[in-house]
Ligand binder design. Structure first.
Ligand code: ATR
Length: 277
């Protein structure tokens, strides 16, 4: 019998996950199908119960349900629990278990580019929302030597550092402080939505003091090159957009569900085709 997977969110029609996962299921010759389900907040509990009742084997969770879903699941993986957000659920022995592959997806994408040098990167995370939490905890778990967090509201950055379940050298900074000491960082990551379509002319922080040999990442993939990344490129830095993170969070979820690593190059081609219209 065909297994059912999916993604729940509100809105959901823009999601590229169904194309990406359905191609991966077909390519692996698995009898499975992945659907997008539009679920309003007031129906979230019923939706989770319903999916369990009809035997949905796994699903992704996107905005705005990543935190609200936690009390509705049977078990939460420790990393997802520390992050406080779940983006992947798997049916395991009658239970729905919650995982978070967003931060690890980011780390996998960066590692592809840095060839094993991630640990030595003096890192600045910009932003202190849900995405920043996932990335920060995943980088810390990876053993990265220094990870500072800059945010408009410093207390939110400090909260992430205080909640960190692992050992790390970290400082919470204002945006201005981070701008002033930017040459101290090898890896700079924008996790805020600043620069996302339609606010394409904004940047999260000034790159005046950026080093030429720095590596600058943005988790935004629409547009594929934010103003922040194009400014970094002009200063000679290497850059990465949000596409590798999106692909790898999907690949990690696929692996959690099936035990198989999908072909990430195929996934990337499908998402690029979809983004291109
Ligand atoms: P997500 O879960 O997607 O990370 P979020 O929790 O809303 O989203 O967090 C958004 C982050 O972007 C926050 O760090 C936010 O700063 P505050 O903590 O001060 O709110 C930051 N952010 C969003 N819009 C911003 C803006 N116009 N200027 C500065 N920071 C902004």
């Amino acid at each position: 019998m065909q297994e059912i997977y999916g993604v729940i969110g509100d809105p959901i029609s823009h999601s590229m996950s169904p194309d990406m996962h359905n191609d991966a299921f077909a390519h692996q010759e698995l009898e499975a199908h992945y659907n997008a389900f539009h679920v309003h907040t007031e129906h979230l509990e019923d939706a989770v119960k319903g999916m369990k009742a009809i035997g949905v084997k796994g699903f992704n969770i996107t905005v705005p349900h990543k935190t609200a879903i936690i009390p509705l699941l049977d078990r939460i993986d420790p990393l997802a629990s520390a992050i406080g957000a779940v983006n992947t659920v798997k049916y395991e022995n009658g239970q729905y278990v919650g995982y978070n592959t967003d931060g690890l997806g980011f780390v996998s994408g960066v590692k592809e580019q840095l060839n094993g040098l991630l640990k030595d990167q003096r890192t600045l995370v910009i932003g202190a929302g849900g995405a920043a939490r996932g990335i920060y905890f995943s980088l810390v778990k990876e053993g990265v030597c220094q990870i500072d967090i800059a945010n408009r509201t410093i207390s939110r950055a400090q909260q992430i550092i205080d909640d960190n379940p692992y050992e790390a050298a970290s400082e919470a900074l204002s945006i201005q402080e981070a701008e002033g000491q930017l040459e101290a960082y090898d890896l700079i990551i924008n996790t805020t939505s600043i620069g996302m379509s339609p606010q394409v002319n904004e940047v999260p922080l000034s790159l005046n003091h950026l080093r030429k040999d720095a590596f600058v990442c943005d988790i935004i993939y629409n547009p594929l090159e934010t103003k922040f990344l194009s400014e970094a490129k002009q200063k000679g830095a290497s850059v990465q957009n949000g596409l590798p993170m999106f692909i790898h969070q999907g690949a990690l979820a696929f692996h959690i569900w099936t035990g198989i690593w999908p072909d990430t190059e195929r996934m990337k081609a499908i998402v690029l085709r979809k983004l291109g219209g």
